[in-house]
Design a protein around this ligand. Sequence first.
Ligand code: 5CA
Length: 446
Amino acid sequence: MRLSRYFLPVLKETPAEAQIVSHRLMLRAGMIKQESAGIYAWLPMGYRVLRRIEQIVHEEQQRAGHIPLLMPTLQPADLWQESGRYNAYGPEMLRIRDRHDRDMLYGPTNEEMITDIFRSYVRSYKDLPLTLYHIQWKFRDEIRPRFGVMRGREFLMKDGYNFDLTREDALHAYNRHLVSYLRTYERMGLQAIPMRAESGPIGGDDTHEFLVLAETGESEVFYDSEITDLRFGDREIDYDDVAQCRAVLEEFTSRYARTDDTHDAAVFEAQVPEARRRQARGIEVGQIFYFGTKYSEPMGATVADADGRQVPVHMGSHGIGVSRLLGALIEANHDDAGIIWPEGVTPFHCGIVNLKQGDAATDAACDGLYRGLVAKGLEPLYDDREERAGGKFATMDLIGLPWRITVGPRGLKTGIVELTSRRTGESEELTPELAVARVAEIYAGL
Ligand code: 5CA
């Protein structure tokens, strides 16, 4: 993409309404525009990152054997009356009446609808296990939408639902989700710690939230500092292997880590030596639930078991805050000059800065770099505007591409360009061919 032809409305001033750094940077970097409290338009740069995050979520869900579908944003109220949540959900639910006076709602989550889909088609235990998921916009009329996409009213969520014959099978699905989430967040360059939590309006007894530690986080958390040393890494996992998935759950959840809803000071003190006790704040980027037959029983989602008896299926639901992740990623990756995207989610792989636009040699070298990067399957952003070098650097730093190649007449005289890491600020002088090869190598494993 050439910046002169792109739509990147960066702001010079710091927007006064934004209280936290990720919100400020998303507005300044031209990623989002507020249309109403807690409702945002995703401008091209923000939309690119959103799509990248979605892509990682899709890949990791499907790797775990979960099947994508797409349910609508608008739902009939009838389904929620069956589960008893239509009245229980309260003012967070946006209720709508259509022209035929039918009660509808903008879905805050999809347990009822997926249960309805399941009961419409599935009859036998032989069709289990089954996990269906989608990535779809949700609406919750939050009393205090704030911090930009972090607590929106309209937000993008991945929500997945497992259907199993027994409690044990459903607990395996729970563990499988936990493993897939660890992989998902790590691929984005984030550490998200599973913590014991409250289930709230979704229901059920077993639930973990995934928290990214950050001072601006809305949740108060208590944990054993040893937990921050755990990494899933690139270990192989067989998602059908019950013992293997359970072992990962045990490894990541045996140490004390709880949100304030479930925190118990006495247990904390008994289990964790004082030097390892931590109290901090975190951003909740996902939550997994096991709730058994809470929806399948009232809604009649049953299957015939091996003896021909009709039994309600055991279910759980599992969410990832896809749009909130942009905020969490920026909270965890920025400096005074702007965003620092991890390679896994960056909107463009590499920036190209032409220090002397209109100079035949620098223009030709930039075009060559651009073609070279594209030939390697990468997406560069070429700043080809007639602007001062300082302005170009400031824009690149603000939007946070992890790598930048700078091309100027002085370097070109000796056949050299400069490759700079946004994170460390370190530069290397290389030939254009080697610079392309280096950038391609960096992204090769991602
Ligand atoms: N049905 C279940 C799981 S599929 C569910 O709705 N879970 S949830 O309520 O925990 O939401 C899942 C994730 O969505 C949360 O962990 C959080 O990351 C994100 N989320 C929830 N509310 C908002 C909001 N108002 N703005 C942005 N993200 C949100």
